[in-house]
Design a protein around this ligand. Structure first.
Ligand code: GLN
Length: 235
């Protein structure tokens, strides 16, 4: 983090705010403040340049049209997000971070190419609770959230999945999400970082360049327990 205030960029909330993923910015701010850091959310709107100076960049989910608009704008500002930015995308945000995505109208769009992933419409829309295992990167903490998407994503050799699907659809091939360096994406809404504190802290650790003090929030753990218990029940 470059100065005493951590700047969390919330990219295009007016078009990528449909699924409540803007809450991820609030979660990061709160987890930083609980640890004694000063933090603020910097919304970056459609039509505004993306500053290269922010500590972390967030992209949420959105409808196909909104997603295409967002991708067209962000492609012009891709340099702000390379080479060492910390970026987290959810659903449409994940797809935009990939190299290419095809909407339900069959039109192909270039993504930002920050993740090695392409997306095409799947057989049916995935609307469900989503539970996945996670890798060592996330301390093997199960991932939980809900999903609502048509796109199915295929990872190339340049990205690793965040986990393996236990319930729901995720990327569509049994894997969930993607990560390359300090760029990560997921199909989890919730918001994802409220339901998965290990994921929130992974992003903050990347932004800080160092491990942060542990933080246990009993309410979050209780909510996780409830949600994860439901994974055994049919949707
Ligand atoms: N429009 C994309 C899809 O349906 C993303 C949806 C979303 O962000 N929830 O695959």
């Amino acid at each position: 983090m470059r100065d005493s205030i951590v700047h969390i960029g919330l990219l295009l909330p007016e078009v990528l705010g449909t699924y409540g993923d803007t809450g991820n910015a609030q979660v990061l701010c709160r987890r930083l403040r609980w640890r004694g850091f000063d933090a603020e959310v910097v919304p970056v709107g459609l039509g505004e340049p993306v500053p290269s100076t922010l500590d972390l960049y967030l992209l949420g989910g959105g409808e196909d049209g909104a997603q295409a608009l967002a991708a067209a704008h962000l492609r012009k500002h891709r340099r702000a997000l390379t080479p060492r930015a910390v970026v987290f995308g959810v659903c449409a945000g994940l797809q935009v971070l990939g190299t290419r995505f095809r909407g339900s109208d069959g039109v192909d769009h270039d993504g930002l190419g920050l993740l090695d992933l392409t997306t095409e419409p799947g057989e049916r829309r995935a609307v469900s609770e989503l539970v996945a295992t996670s890798s060592d990167l996330l301390g093997n903490a199960p991932l939980t959230g809900f999903e609502n998407h048509l796109g199915a994503s295929k990872l190339g050799a340049g990205s690793e999945p965040l986990g393996q699907v236990v319930r729901g659809t995720g990327n569509g091939d049994g894997t969930e999400g993607a990560v390359t360096d300090h760029i990560a994406g997921t199909y989890l809404h919730g918001p994802a970082l409220a339901r998965n504190p290990a994921l929130a802290d992974l992003l903050l650790t990347w932004a800080a360049g160092q491990a942060l003090p542990a933080l246990e929030v009993p309410e979050v753990e209780r909510l996780r327990g409830e949600r994860l218990a439901r994974r055994r029940r049919p949707s």
